[in-house]
Design a protein around this ligand. Structure first.
Ligand code: GLA
Length: 381
């Protein structure tokens, strides 16, 4: 059962002995296609999923923020005038967003809140971005700031980059802020234009959690970014978004092997993402699935961010006749795969793939059929 308003409402009442004033939610995400393209100014096609971070909150008269985490059974607090980075775990995401909003000139007021979520952590479903966007939504509600998804997503990303210290792109925060129910969202990561794209009728998106968690992902991620930047310099452009396949082939022989394969992934992935949008608009799940399969091969062989567990999961999913296509999703090295399947076979697919993955790896996966939801929302109680 996904978390819901009444659950966090009750948790707030139990903790503070009064009802909350607002309840906010910000969803996690799964990316259908367009991986490791966002920091190359490219295209991504994620959806916001029906798993989210929720905050129930009530106003305070001072500039203190006190938060109870239901999931961690922990309390934490900070004062908006004296923000210090203490590397203290989950509360740093909230402090980072407060810092980023204040740095952008927003005048914030304090609140008491209860925090609860059902986005699995470290699984590549963007629990951190959901926490940042939920926090921004909470401050916007309590401090009377107009909510605009795009600038708020950028401020969430700034918190992640500068306060938490992770060099992510804009995809995760932007889809958490600007998701659209029943749609994937094409994001142009240069202009930040967001375009909702409907799913082919009769299909379902399934998240397949390998039950492995990414290790060393930050250093590998930063190394991939640096490699892409050097490839862009080689081609004399701002970002790899600006190189098409013909330009790539014309000069690829002068690149070292690793940089050539990394650049080839990004350039072909941008192309595949735009083709995936066209396939969705034409209600062509076979073409979309085939692009997802190609994306996985490119991430595994050229970008080298897959893992044995992810490859095994993708193989298990594709072996099922209801599967149109499957690929790893998110940064890689562990976490989740995503599959596009025939909706009517969803339950049987989930059971069969879980069993076959268990048989080949000994691990017990988690399989969710997801519903695409809206981005961050606030409800006044
Ligand atoms: C992580 C980052 C995103 C994006 C993906 C890879 O999720 O946070 O910005 O780069 O990896 O596509």
């Amino acid at each position: 059962m996904p978390l819901s308003q009444p659950t966090v409402f009750a948790a707030f009442e139990a903790r503070f002995g009064r009802p909350p004033r607002w309840i906010v939610r910000a969803p996690g995400r799964v990316n259908l296609i367009g991986e490791h393209t966002d920091y190359n100014d490219g295209f991504v096609l994620p959806l916001a999923i029906d798993r989210a971070i929720w905050i129930a909150l009530g106003p305070r008269d001072d500039r203190r923020v006190t938060v109870h985490s239901v999931d961690f059974h922990e309390d934490a607090e900070f004062v908006l005038d004296r923000l210090a980075n203490e590397k203290a775990g989950w509360i740093e995401y909230l402090k980072g967003v407060a810092w980023s909003l204040q740095d952008a000139g927003h005048r914030l007021t304090g609140w008491d809140g209860v925090l609860q979520g059902d986005v699995p952590q470290g699984a590549g479903l963007s629990s951190s971005a959901a926490l940042e966007v939920a926090t921004a939504r909470a401050f916007a509600a309590s401090s009377g700031i107009d909510w605009a998804p795009h600038p708020m997503a950028l401020l969430g990303q700034k918190a992640e980059n500068r306060w938490v210290g992770v060099q992510c792109g804009i995809m995760d925060q932007l889809i958490s802020a600007a998701g659209q129910a029943d749609h994937a969202v094409l994001i142009d990561c240069r202009s930040l234009d967001t375009t909702p794209v409907p799913f082919p009728p009769g299909t379902a998106v399934v998240v397949l959690d390998t039950a492995t968690r990414r290790g060393l992902v930050d250093s590998a991620y930063n190394e991939r970014r640096a490699r892409c930047e050097s490839a862009a310099r080689f081609f004399g452009v701002k970002a790899l978004r600006d190189v098409d396949l013909a330009q790539f082939h014309a000069r690829a022989a002068d690149l070292d092997d690793t940089t050539r394969r990394r650049a080839r992934h990004v350039i072909t992935e941008n192309q595949r993402t735009l083709e995936a949008v066209a396939a969705m608009r034409q209600s062509d799940p076979i073409a979309l699935g085939s692009l997802m399969n190609q994306s996985h091969a490119s991430l595994r062989d050229d970008y080298e961010v897959s893992s044995d567990a992810l490859d095994a999961m993708v193989d298990s999913a594709r072996a099922h006749p209801a599967c149109y296509g499957a690929r790893m999703t998110g940064a890689g090295f562990g976490g989740c795969a995503v599959a596009l399947i025939e909706r009517q076979a969803a339950e049987e697919f989930a059971a069969t793939v879980a069993a076959s993955y268990h048989q080949s790896t000994g691990r017990t996966p988690a399989v969710y059929v997801c519903r695409a939801t809206n981005g961050a929302e606030a409800f006044e109680v």
